[in-house]
Every structure is written in structure tokens, then in C-alpha cells.
Design a protein around this ligand. Structure first.
Ligand SMILES: Cc1cc2nc3c(=O)[nH]c(=O)nc-3n(C[C@H](O)[C@H](O)[C@H](O)COP(=O)(O)OP(=O)(O)OC[C@H]3O[C@@H](n4cnc5c(N)ncnc54)[C@H](O)[C@@H]3O)c2cc1C
Length: 481
């Protein structure tokens, strides 16, 4: 999408709207920030450039990781922020900032309980499968396991709150600074009209830059041409505005991809299909890596495979099949997106892997040989050539879906402190400016492999809550003076 960008403008004394806190972007981070700020007594205006919930949060699986929640306790799950932080750091080989990781892991319990208790978000602990790298069942998700349900609940709470105003179809196009150089508002384009919003605090919640091919090329050139599956509003302007004000950025080469997006259909096929025992085959009927290492890094292996169909060329070509059995299929049916894929016929069924391979138009005899070797690994009679440790015995009938790899979101952005205040190179805050979610530096380290499932929504909703609370406190304190 095209983005108007006025970047940083001087205060000219003209304001169309006045509020305490302005939030740019109404995805997970922006909605959490708005609710926390409004609950803290601050009049909060949240701007959203799209007309419909097309954010990454809406596209997500709605899986929010949290350690030590009462929902885990009720399900008999023993977990702690320390264990959670260790899992995050193990996944990114300790390349993320350790203090930030521990802070977010410690914030996670309060975040999930706050969302349920004070924002009326419906969440339940997911205890039927673990994502790669998590040593405990700690995902908390809406019953449908969709981000649409999560964002719908958040939107409803924002619309109900008397201190919150959601303005959709209003694209943030810049920030305003006063004579001291301090942020004092934002500018939006609403239907071609420029609207200046005076605000004591501004929270940047407009996600990262995965939808901006120029920035992707600059910071993550290895992703050139990869299909982008996130919200189209993620065009990076929040990061650019922060940089123009002297903010430091970090982990700009960090991102998350996924290796099981159904093509055609453009539906996320849950990775439970793989984690519960499924495997991926290419056109030649061969496996090409340890699928369980992580769906993000495995995506870079998927993209190297040949397109499966002659008519599939370019970046949305299907390049693999994910195959599994009925037990796995039944677990996957717990996900609305998977159910939808079944309903439109994307999920195929056959009595043998060779039969499934024939339906898939991949080398059936090689597929059967590959499968038999996989079964030998599952029985402990052979060693998986890719190092997969948990090959599981699969039983007929078999199920499969044609998939490709896709970029989901970037993980680099503005450096922030524990309150989500944006920091300069010298680590001092930029006055009145906050950032969270994809707009802030993440906790996934560098490249595709450091992303532990849930790092996205944890830093979106978590920083949103922290920023909103801190901003509202500051507004209250200033009023008291
Ligand atoms: C298919 C998919 C599945 C995923 N599943 C999960 C999951 O289960 N768990 C998990 O933790 N993470 C998941 N993620 C990652 C997660 O969705 C993101 O990390 C998270 O949603 C980012 O939240 P955000 O608020 O920063 O961005 P978003 O939710 O994208 O919100 C940003 C909003 O800002 C708006 N915006 C942008 N620029 C402007 C502007 N200039 N003015 C006004 N508005 C603007 C955008 O339109 C958008 O609505 C998934 C991602 C994808 C793509």
C-alpha cells in the first residue's frame, strides 16, 4: 500500500483533535496500549489506517505465551518466567537482550490475566501441542485459535471504554515536535484531509516493515521475492519517524517466516501438523530438513525447493507438501483456519503415502521410500539424516496439504526501555514517545531462526500494556502538578 509520509513536523499551534495519549496503529499493540491508557484515566485516541481488521494480529493464530498464569495452574502446568526466558534465549542462541527477555517473560502472566480480567478477552491455555522450542504448555489463545477473535475482543473493549476513541481510515503520516524538540502530537490523513492531533504522549504501534519491499531489501536481502503473508499496513513508517528523531534501532535483520502456508487458498496450516509427527516432501518426493527445528528457519529451506506445478511461478509457488495421519489431522481440526482449509478441499486424504503423493503430483515411488525411512527412524531402527529427533510412527489413512513458505513479520525496530519508551543511542528516552510490537526491537535476535513462537504477540500486547500504563501515569502526574 502507498503511505504518505510527512515524517517530523514542527508545532504550528493548529490542532483538530486534543487528547492525552495518541496511539498510531490499532493492531494488538495499539489496542492493548489504548485500553491500558484509557483504564489509567487518559483520554486516548487510536488511529488506524485500514478500514477493516487486516493487521498482523488479526491474521495471527492468537497464541499469546505466558508463564505462571492461573490458567496454567488450573491445568496442572508448572511454569515460571525464568523457564520461559530460558526457552526464548535458547531459541535465539542468547543473541537477544537478556534483561529485555526476562522482563517480557515476567510481564507475560500479568498481561494474559489482565486481558481476560479487565479487557474481556476470551483466552484459554493450549495444552494439546507445544510449538518448537517451548518446554511447557504456555500458549493462551482465543477458543477459535484465531487472531480475528482476539482483535475483535480487543476492539469491542476499546469501543466500549469511555476514555478511548478508535478512528479507522486515519493514516498516521507523521509526528509533531514542539520548540524544545519534544514530541507533542501526531498528524493523520483522513480521507485526504490532514488532521493534527495534540497529545501529551504518542505510542507507535504500527508494526514493522515486512510489507515494505524496499526496507526488506535493505535489512533482510535474503528474503527477496518471498511471499508476504502479514497485514498490508506494516510499511515501517513508525520506525523511520523514530530514527528521524534520533532513536536507536536493533535487530533489523530479525524476522519470522513460516513454512506451512497453504497454496492456493492462502491459509495458515497449523504447525501442529508437523510437531505432532508430520513431515514435508518436495516435488522429488524427498524430505529436505528437520521440520521441527522451527517453522521460521525451515521456511528458507522450503523456498529453495522447485515449484510443484508448472503454472506456479514466482513468489507464491507451492514448493512442498506437509503429510501426516488421522491422529494429527484431528488435533489440527482444533484450529479454525485448518477447518476452513478442509472445507474448501485443500486437505487431501489417501490410504497410503504413495497414493497421497500421486494426488500431489510428486514422485510417488520416492515419496513411499522416504516415508518408509521416516517410519524406521520413528521405530528407532534408523537415524534421521537431518537430525530430527521425534519422528513419530504414522498410520493410514494419511492427510496432506500443498504449502509454501512466507514472510510473516519483521522483528527489528526502535530500541525501547522497560516502559516501552523509545531510546536514543545514549539510552535516554525520547520525550513523550513510546513504541511496541513490530515497531520496537524484538526479542528474537538476528535472522529467521531466533523467533520462538509467541514472541510476536508477547511484545505487541506486552509493550502495548506497559506503554499505555506508563503514559497514563505520566499524564496523571502532570495533571497533579
Ligand atoms: C499468519 C500469522 C500468524 C501469526 N501467529 C502468531 C501467533 O499465534 N502468536 C504470536 O505471538 N504471533 C503471531 N504472529 C505474529 C503477530 O501477528 C505479530 O507479531 C503481532 O500481531 C504484531 O502486532 P502489532 O500490533 O505490532 O502489529 P499489527 O497487529 O499489524 O498492528 C499494526 C496496525 O497498525 C496499522 N498501521 C500501520 N501503519 C499505520 C499508520 N501509519 N497509521 C495508522 N495505522 C497504521 C496497521 O494497519 C495495523 O492495523 C503471526 C503473524 C502472522 C502473519
Amino acid at each position: 500500500m502507498t503511505t504518505r509520509n510527512l515524517a517530523i513536523q514542527a508545532d504550528n499551534g493548529q490542532w483538530e483533535i486534543e487528547c492525552d495519549v495518541a496511539v498510531v496503529g490499532a493492531g494488538g499493540c495499539g489496542m492493548a496500549a489504548t485500553l491500558a491508557s484509557a483504564q489509567g484515566g487518559a483520554h486516548t485516541v487510536v488511529l488506524e489506517k485500514m478500514q477493516r481488521p487486516l493487521s498482523n494480529t488479526a491474521r495471527s493464530g492468537g497464541m499469546i505465551p505466558a508463564a505462571g498464569t492461573r490458567f496454567q495452574s488450573a491445568a496442572g502446568i508448572d511454569d515460571s518466567p525464568h523457564d520461559f526466558a530460558r526457552d526464548i534465549l535458547t531459541k535465539n542462541a542468547h543473541s537477544a537482550d537478556e534483561a529485555t527477555v526476562l522482563h517480557m517473560a515476567r510481564t507475560s502472566r500479568e498481561l494474559v490475566e489482565w486481558l481476560v480480567d479487565e479487557c474481556a478477552v476470551k483466552l484459554e491455555v493450549v495444552s494439546d501441542f507445544k510449538y518448537p522450542g517451548h518446554t511447557r504448555f504456555r500458549m493462551h489463545a482465543p477458543p477459535s485459535r484465531t487472531g480475528v477473535e482476539l482483535i475483535t475482543d480487543l476492539r469491542r473493549a476499546v469501543q466500549k471504554h469511555p476514555n478511548a476513541d478508535l478512528v479507522e481510515g486515519a493514516q498516521g503520516i507523521g509526528l509533531v515536535v514542539d520548540a524544545r524538540g519534544e514530541v507533542c502530537g501526531a498528524i493523520a490523513d483522513q480521507g485526504g484531509q490532514e488532521v493534527r492531533i495534540k497529545a501529551a504522549k504518542v505510542i507507535l504501534a504500527c508494526n514493522g516493515f515486512a510489507g515494505n519491499p524496499k526496507m526488506v531489501e535493505q535489512y533482510c536481502p535474503e528474503l527477496r521475492g518471498m511471499y508476504y503473508f502479514g497485514g498490508e499496513g506494516s510499511t515501517g513508517e513508525g520506525i523511520l519517524w523514530g530514527q528521524e528523531l534520533g532513536a536507536a534501532v536493533a535487530f533489523m535483520d530479525g524476522y519470522q517466516c513460516h513454512s506451512t502456508v497453504a497454496i492456493p487458498g492462502e491459509t495458515l496450516i497449523t504447525y501442529a501438523t508437523v510437531m505432532e509427527g508430520g513431515f514435508q516432501l518436495n516435488k522429488a518426493g524427498e524430505r529436505f530438513g528437520d521440520e521441527t527445528h522451527g517453522y521460521s528457519e525451515h521456511a528458507l529451506e522450503v523456498i529453495k525447493q522447485l515449484a510443484l506445478d508448472a503454472e506456479d511461478t514466482g513468489m507464491v509457488a507451492a514448493r512442498a507438501w506437509v503429510m501426516y495421519d488421522e491422529r494429527v489431522h484431528k488435533i489440527a481440526l482444533g484450529f479454525d483456519d485448518y477447518k476452513a482449509a478442509c472445507e474448501v478441499g485443500l486437505v487431501k486424504k489417501a490410504d497410503s503415502i504413495a497414493g497421497l503423493a500421486r494426488l500431489a503430483a510428486i514422485d510417488a515411488s520416492k515419496a513411499q521410500t522416504t516415508f518408509e525411512h521416516y517410519q524406521s527412524c520413528a521405530r528407532g531402527e534408523a537415524i534421521d539424516p537431518f537430525g530430527r529427533k521425534d519422528c513419530r510412527l504414522l498410520h493410514a489413512p494419511f492427510f496432506g496439504v500443498k504449502v509454501t513458505a512466507a514472510l510473516f513479520h519483521t522483528q527489528g525496530g526502535l530500541n525501547v526501555n522497560e516502559h516501552a519508551q523509545v531510546l536514543k543511542e545514549d539510552k535516554t528516552p525520547i520525550s513523550n514517545l513510546y513504541a511496541g510490537g513490530g515497531c520496537a526491537a524484538g526479542i528474537s535476535g538476528h535472522g529467521p531462526g531466533g523467533y520462538l513462537s509467541g514472541n510476536g504477540l508477547l511484545t505487541a500486547l506486552g509493550y502495548g500494556m506497559l506503554a499505555g500504563r506508563h503514559a497514563a501515569n505520566a499524564v496523571r502526574e502532570a495533571r497533579g502538578k
